[in-house]
Design a protein around this ligand. Structure first.
Ligand code: SF4
Ligand code: SF4
Length: 442
């Protein structure tokens, strides 16, 4: 019999054995004990589940699977704050998109993806979107006017939270517009980073505004640096005011801004292990609110957890250039908002925002990125962010794999989490799958 184990990467860690298919899409977790005792049935399971990773996709295959399209619009590159880790070029704020440009972008994108069911229009941009609140209202009216049974549109954005007046809060609530607020967890760290022009911290003002919100479902966007690595404390603090939390790491290239490095990698790993232990304890005690907060957003831990619970494999890191596009204030279209106005990531203009050639290219480019060739975790991770990879190359840091090491650590944690819950409480396991499917469809 063929040695089926050769078809898999086998990773052992603590009490677990993780199996990741090398050329396919499957992954499994076993305890070491199960692995030793049930080797026959495990090899049958592995054999029966062999799949093939497709290497080449044509435009029809790509398009027929697109139900949701993300359009990002850089509404404002001006900002009323001067956050320490912000990388946006503030000299850029003289150019602003007009309502007609935005309408044209949405209209042409709709025509291109005529079978898509939903368009998520995100007006976050590179500055503070609420500086153009009147325009947000116009866009919302426009989206409502073009929504129909076949295609729906929704508006969302992320704000720094300092401009949330009663009028704005009431409007957003009455229109059911989803928004996130940037908060760096607890006060001390937040006030060191997220400051006004005069260096004054913004925590108190934001908190005052959050207290005015009644029933609106809102999210927190938190930037993790080596200064706020107590992720459990972050989560507990944010739980008081938010329904959703997305904890994202500051870019690894921003070493001076508290980024993850080879030197502090263990510290970051320990922070996620602590989060894992906390979540496991809470969830097993049937307190799932923290888990739900992470599953609902774009959190790194939450994203991987969702994927493993619903047994989903990721072909790509993201949908940038495939079903996600950004209109910049130069009226050109790029693969996503984070691409800024980097010509390398430009895919179109207002005349022709999206083309078959580009969509097909970005799908195949992401699926076949050689950066991830030998990585056992790619079925769950999906791969490297294209924009981030470019920054690593530009700073001669491409060999730095700290982020990958951290991601692999988190992936092992979420796999253990799933296996542990499955073993201890099959009912709880099923209800978490339900939660993940629910949040997956948001
Ligand atoms: S962990 Fe790193 S190498 Fe592995 S798939 Fe993710 S980005 Fe690629
Ligand atoms: S390319 Fe990077 S920044 Fe852009 S959407 Fe993908 S993961 Fe996000």
């Amino acid at each position: 019999m063929k040695n089926i184990f050769r078809e898999y990467h086998l990773i052992e860690n603590n009490n677990y054995v993780y199996m990741f298919q090398k050329n396919g899409l499957k992954y499994f977790t076993f305890t070491k004990q199960e692995f030793e005792i049930n080797v026959e049935s495990i090899s049958e399971l592995l054999n029966d589940n062999l799949t093939e990773r497709k290497k080449e996709y044509n435009i029809n295959e790509v398009k027929e699977n697109i139900e949701m399209v993300h359009l990002t619009i850089n509404l404002s590159s001006s900002c009323n704050l001067r956050c320490k880790y912000c990388y946006i070029d503030k000299s850029d704020s003289n150019f602003e998109l007009q309502f007609e440009d935005i309408k044209l972008f949405i209209e042409k994108s709709t025509r291109y993806f005529h079978d898509a069911k939903h368009f998520q229009v995100d007006v976050t941009g590179s500055g503070e979107p609420l500086l153009r609140f009147e325009l947000i209202k116009d866009i919302q009216e426009y989206l409502k006017s073009i929504s129909n049974e076949k295609t729906t549109y929704s508006l969302s954005f992320c704000t720094n939270g300092t401009m949330l007046s009663n009028e704005i809060i009431d409007y957003l609530e009455s229109e059911n517009i989803y928004y996130g607020v940037s908060m760096d967890g607890y006060r001390k760290v937040h006030d060191e980073n997220r400051v006004y022009f005069d260096n004054k911290g913004t925590y108190s003002d934001i908190l005052k505004n959050l207290k005015k919100i009644n029933n609106q479902y809102i999210g927190a966007a938190l930037t993790v640096t080596n200064k706020n690595l107590n992720l459990v404390k972050n989560l507990k603090t944010l739980e008081k005011n938010f329904d959703v939390t997305s904890m994202k790491l500051v870019r690894e290239t921003d070493v001076d801004k508290g980024a993850l490095t080879t030197m502090n990698l263990e510290q970051f790993k320990n922070a996620y292990t602590d989060l894992y232990n906390f979540l496991l304890k809470e969830t097993l005690s049937m307190r799932t609110k923290y888990l739900i907060m992470l599953l609902s957003g774009e959190d790194l831990f939450g994203r991987f957890l969702k994927r493993v619970f619903i047994n989903q494999s990721a072909l790509t890191r993201c949908n940038a250039g495939i079903s996600k596009f950004a209109l910049e204030n130069d009226k050109k279209v790029y693969i996503c908002g984070a691409a800024g106005k980097n010509k390398e990531f430009q895919v179109g203009s207002l005349d022709v925002p999206i083309t078959d050639q580009n969509v097909e290219y970005y799908m195949n480019h992401q699926v076949n990125d050689s950066y991830c060739d030998d990585c056992y975790a790619k079925n769950i991770c999906g791969g490297i962010c294209m924009v981030y990879k470019k920054q690593l190359e530009q700073k001669n840091m491409i060999k730095n794999r700290s982020m990958c090491e951290l991601k692999k650590h988190i992936i092992q944690l979420v796999l253990s989490f799933r296996h542990y819950i499955y073993t201890v409480s099959p009912n709880l396991y099923q209800s978490i799958i339900g939660l993940c499917l629910d949040k997956h469809n948001i």
